[in-house]
Design a protein around this ligand. Sequence first.
Ligand SMILES: NC(=O)C1=CN([C@@H]2O[C@H](COP(=O)(O)OP(=O)(O)OC[C@H]3O[C@@H](n4cnc5c(N)ncnc54)[C@H](OP(=O)(O)O)[C@@H]3O)[C@@H](O)[C@H]2O)C=CC1
Ligand SMILES: CC(=O)N[C@@H](CCC(=O)OP(=O)(O)O)C(=O)O
Length: 347
Amino acid sequence: MKIKVGIIGATGYAGAELVRLLVSHPQAELVALTTQSYEDSQFYEVYPYIYRYVDQKCLQLDPPSLVGAADVIFTALPHGHAMPVAREALRQGKKFIDLGADFRFDSREVYEKWYKVEHTAPDLLEQAVYGLPELHRDKIRSACLVGNPGCYPTSVILGLAPLLAHGLVDTGTVVADCKSGVSGAGRGLSLGVHFAEVNENFRAYNVGQHRHTPEIEQELSKLAGEDMVISFTPHLTPMNRGILSTLYARLKQEISAAKVRALYEEYYNGEFFVRVLPEGLLPQTKAVAGSNHCDLVPVVDPRTGRVVVISVIDNLIKGAAGQAVQNMNLMYDLPETMGLDRPGLYP
Ligand SMILES: NC(=O)C1=CN([C@@H]2O[C@H](COP(=O)(O)OP(=O)(O)OC[C@H]3O[C@@H](n4cnc5c(N)ncnc54)[C@H](OP(=O)(O)O)[C@@H]3O)[C@@H](O)[C@H]2O)C=CC1
Ligand SMILES: CC(=O)N[C@@H](CCC(=O)OP(=O)(O)O)C(=O)O
């Protein structure tokens, strides 16, 4: 028996990537795809690339019946909309994975402060698990409710985890300088993502106030064993997919480049999706586009006493849909790489 999957917000960029990954997942069967704007359209009319793979109409969101038809429900909705669906899913004893921000935070207050909406299911936050498998695998296995990480946080947390777990850096000096492709902003139209605004352009945005800051700090603080604040600056680059994060921190004491690299290799030993690249290679977004990999390289700069880590992911795959499928695999005790073990597209 295959796992019956419902995708709410299937017509968005993250939801459509879930459809693309799950349609060829050996243990998944798509039973419901929802939309807000394309009710009764064939899914392939919204995304022609899926013609002959998916023969289903887009449905309007009706939580009780949709949840009833599925074993696991993914929500890929704007933040604030997943909470009633999560409640219904858990009431019916189903598994639930949210790709948005509604279940990523341990603290309701932090969520409400940064997202500026009321959390209407704070009682569910206690059982929600932060869905970064490389850090929380055991909890995800037994979870019914997973808050899938944000795209920037995935690249930053994976990039810094070994340094913080080993106490190698001064935690007050961490800087995350991150660049994202435009699909990170979703499919909805807005001035900032018009072709003429983005093409041949490169700009920072939400400096010092991006909503992913507290999410990154929450997870880095757990790794460091102390409260951390970081400087995080996102930038928009004229590409479709990908995030490249350049992460800086001051080393507490002198340590060789070879030793830091060895610590990274050991920390991620056995992690199929996190690739500490061999000497001589540096991460680039093209090398992970379309795959669930996070490529990393730590570089020690003895002149400044800093370590610089380069971390790349595809924002729609390891930063969203791929990671969500990885979490589903864990929740169903399937091989973690099922449906995901392929390299990306190049060029
Ligand atoms: N894009 C990315 O790289 C990443 C996105 N995420 C998160 O995933 C979620 C989805 O993002 P993304 O796919 O980019 O966004 P999109 O804007 O591309 O898609 C949003 C989806 O939600 C549907 N929708 C919007 N409002 C409502 C509503 N009120 N009721 C029901 N359905 C609604 C839309 O339907 P319709 O198409 O019919 O309008 C669409 O299917 C967000 O929470 C985002 O933060 C997380 C990590 C990375
Ligand atoms: C390029 C771009 O605009 N990226 C988005 C990514 C945010 C996102 O996906 O945020 P949540 O999952 O936390 O809602 C942004 O910076 O807002």
